[in-house]
Ligand binder design. Structure first.
Ligand SMILES: [Zn+2]
Ligand SMILES: [Zn+2]
Length: 305
C-alpha cells in the first residue's frame, strides 16, 4: 500500500517537473531586473563593511584611533542601511481600493481628477502613477529606484533623500580610507600614481607584483566613485523637487499645479522644516502634512482659500 502511494507521488512529481521544463521561461522579468540592483547594493554594502573594518582601518589607524574610526564608520553604515530599509518598505505608498473609500466611499465612478488604472483595477488619486516594476500604483510617484527595489513616492521620499545623503557620506569616507590604505601598501611617491589605474593594477596582479587584496581595493575604489556621483545627483534632484513641491513628471512637463509656498512644500515631504535635522540623524517615523491622496491644485486654492 505504502509502496503504491510512493510510486504515485513519484509519478506526479515527474509530471510536475516535466510541466515546469516544458513551460520554462528564462527571459528576465521586470521585477527581477529591479531585484538585480538591490542584490548588487547589498553585496557591495557587506563587502565595504568587511573591507574597511578588517583591512583598511586596521592598516591606516593604530591603537585607540582605530576603535574610534571603527565605531564612527559602523555608525555611518548603519544609518545608511536603516534609511535604505525605510525606503524599501514603501507599502504606505500603494494605491489600494481603500484609498478611494477614504474620501469617496459612496462614489462608484472614478472621481474627478482621478484616473482608473486598468492594470491594478483601482482608481488612483492625482499625482499617483502606475509602476510596471512594482506592479502597483504609487501615491505621488517620483520614480522607481533600483537600488532600494521600490518606488519613491509620498511616504518614503524623505527617507530616500536621507539615504542619498548618507550614501554620499559613506562612499566618500570609504574612498578616503581606500586611498589611505593604498598609499601605505603601494606608496604614491614610490610606485607612482599609475598603479592605481585598473588596467595597470590588473597587469601588476598577473605579474605577481601586488596581492589580490590590493587589486580588489583599487577595483572597489573605482566602483565607489559612481556611487558618490549617483547619490549626489539624487540628493540634489529630490531636494530641489521637495522645495519646488513637484514630482518628476510635473518637472518634465514644466507644470506645477500643486506647488505651494516653500514651507508648505517641505511640510508635505518632511512633516516640518524642523524635522529635517532630526531625520538627518535618524530616519524617525514622523507625521507628514497631508496623506498623499487629497491634493488641492494651486488654481483652486487661490480661488477657494
Ligand atoms: Zn496601477
Ligand atoms: Zn516601482
Amino acid at each position: 500500500m505504502e509502496l503504491r502511494e510512493r510510486k504515485q507521488n513519484d509519478e506526479s512529481l515527474k509530471e510536475k517537473i516535466k510541466w515546469q521544463w516544458q513551460n520554462r521561461d528564462f527571459s528576465p522579468k521586470k521585477e527581477q531586473t529591479s531585484q538585480f540592483a538591490l542584490y548588487y547594493f547589498l553585496t557591495m554594502f557587506v563587502l565595504s563593511l568587511i573591507e574597511s573594518l578588517f583591512v583598511l582601518i586596521p592598516t591606516a589607524y593604530q591603537r585607540h584611533h582605530r576603535w574610534i574610526m571603527t565605531g564612527s564608520f559602523v555608525w555611518v553604515m548603519f544609518i545608511t542601511l536603516v534609511n535604505w530599509h525605510r525606503s524599501y518598505f514603501d507599502t504606505a505608498n500603494y494605491v489600494k481600493a481603500e484609498t478611494k473609500q477614504k474620501y469617496f466611499a459612496d462614489c462608484t465612478d472614478t472621481p474627478q481628477d482621478w484616473v482608473h488604472c486598468f492594470k491594478c483595477q483601482v482608481d488612483r488619486p492625482p499625482r499617483a502613477f502606475h509602476c510596471d516594476y512594482c506592479g502597483k500604483c504609487m501615491l505621488k510617484r517620483a520614480h522607481h529606484c533600483f537600488v532600494t527595489s521600490s518606488c519613491i513616492g509620498f511616504y518614503n521620499q524623505k527617507y530616500f533623500i536621507m539615504f542619498s545623503l548618507w550614501s554620499v557620506i559613506a562612499s566618500s569616507w570609504l574612498v578616503y580610507l581606500q586611498l589611505l590604505y593604498l598609499n601605505i601598501v603601494l606608496p604614491v611617491s614610490e610606485a607612482s600614481f599609475i598603479v592605481y589605474l585598473p588596467p595597470v593594477t590588473l597587469f601588476k596582479l598577473i605579474m605577481g607584483n601586488i596581492t589580490f587584496g590590493q587589486a580588489f581595493v583599487v577595483a572597489h575604489l573605482f566602483m565607489n566613485i559612481p556611487m558618490i556621483i549617483t547619490g549626489g545627483f539624487f540628493l540634489f534632484w529630490h531636494s530641489l523637487l521637495s522645495v519646488e513641491g513637484a514630482t518628476n513628471y510635473e518637472a518634465k512637463q514644466r507644470k506645477f499645479p500643486y506647488k505651494g509656498t516653500v514651507n508648505q512644500n517641505l511640510k508635505s515631504v518632511f512633516g516640518s522644516v524642523f524635522y529635517i535635522p532630526l531625520l538627518v540623524l535618524y530616519p524617525f517615523r514622523l507625521e507628514q502634512d497631508g496623506d498623499g491622496i487629497l491634493w488641492k491644485s494651486r488654481a483652486k486654492r487661490v480661488k477657494g482659500n
